[in-house]
Design a protein around this ligand. Structure first.
Ligand SMILES: CC(C)(COP(=O)(O)OP(=O)(O)OC[C@H]1O[C@@H](n2cnc3c(N)ncnc32)[C@H](O)[C@@H]1OP(=O)(O)O)[C@@H](O)C(=O)NCCC(=O)NCCS
Length: 177
């Protein structure tokens, strides 16, 4: 889908294709390195990206999952994905993950990505509920999710360990489709 961002730039949010892989890898690596709100460490990044790459190449989105990239004037600067739960009794829901490179934040791109994903989910009859997890102090992300009608389901106290005696709570949020 096409969007005009708050700074006037044009963005396209579209499903990831094989050709995007090297650019998407650089974009994710950039925000994993810089953002304090990623559970994934840079050491763990390569392994998880290999799975992600496989999902794109094998067009896993056919199986109820999806990966969208944010393309701003030809540059991949962020991504959003949905991964359904495997178990039969949980398969009506799944989890969203998203991130954007620092220079492209706060201009409406996160909103564009979430809008595309929600519209995609509405067309997918098996998805009834969208879930996500967010650091309790990630105010920009929580603001974005609340704007799109996600509400807090609960909190896991000290779920994320940032260092010795340093923890952050994990907020569970969801919205119906
Ligand atoms: C979370 C993230 C995807 C949001 O994307 P984005 O493109 O900046 O989102 P948008 O610009 O569409 O919307 C952000 C909203 O948060 C608001 N915001 C920004 N900083 C804020 C803050 N510190 N406190 C409260 N609200 C804030 C913005 O004003 C905007 O609200 P508005 O549309 O009402 O003006 C982006 O910040 C990001 O990639 N962060 C690093 C990775 C990350 O945290 N991923 C999410 C893991 S759960």
């Amino acid at each position: 889908m096409a969007y005009t961002l708050k700074n006037g730039q044009k963005a396209i949010v579209r499903q990831a294709v094989t050709e995007d892989i090297p650019f998407l890898k650089e974009a994710i690596k950039a925000y994993v390195l810089e953002s304090p709100y990623q559970v994934l460490t840079i050491e763990e990044f390569e392994d998880t990206f290999a799975d992600y790459q496989y999902r794109i190449i094998s067009r896993d989105h056919m199986a109820g999952s999806v990966i969208f990239v944010a393309d701003v004037e030809g540059m991949i600067v962020g991504n959003i994905d949905f991964t359904p739960n495997n178990r039969k009794r949980l398969a009506h829901s799944g989890n969203i993950g998203m991130g954007i490179m620092a220079n492209w934040r706060n201009i409406g791109l996160g909103s564009a990505m979430l809008d595309t994903l929600i519209k995609w989910a509405k067309k997918n009859r098996s998805i009834e509920k969208l879930c996500l997890q967010v650091y309790a102090d990630n105010a920009a992300a929580i603001r974005l999710y609340e704007k799109f009608d996600f509400r807090e389901d609960g909190r896991q106290k000290q779920f994320i360990k940032l260092g010795k005696n340093k923890y952050e709570d994990n907020v569970l949020m969801s919205r119906p489709v």
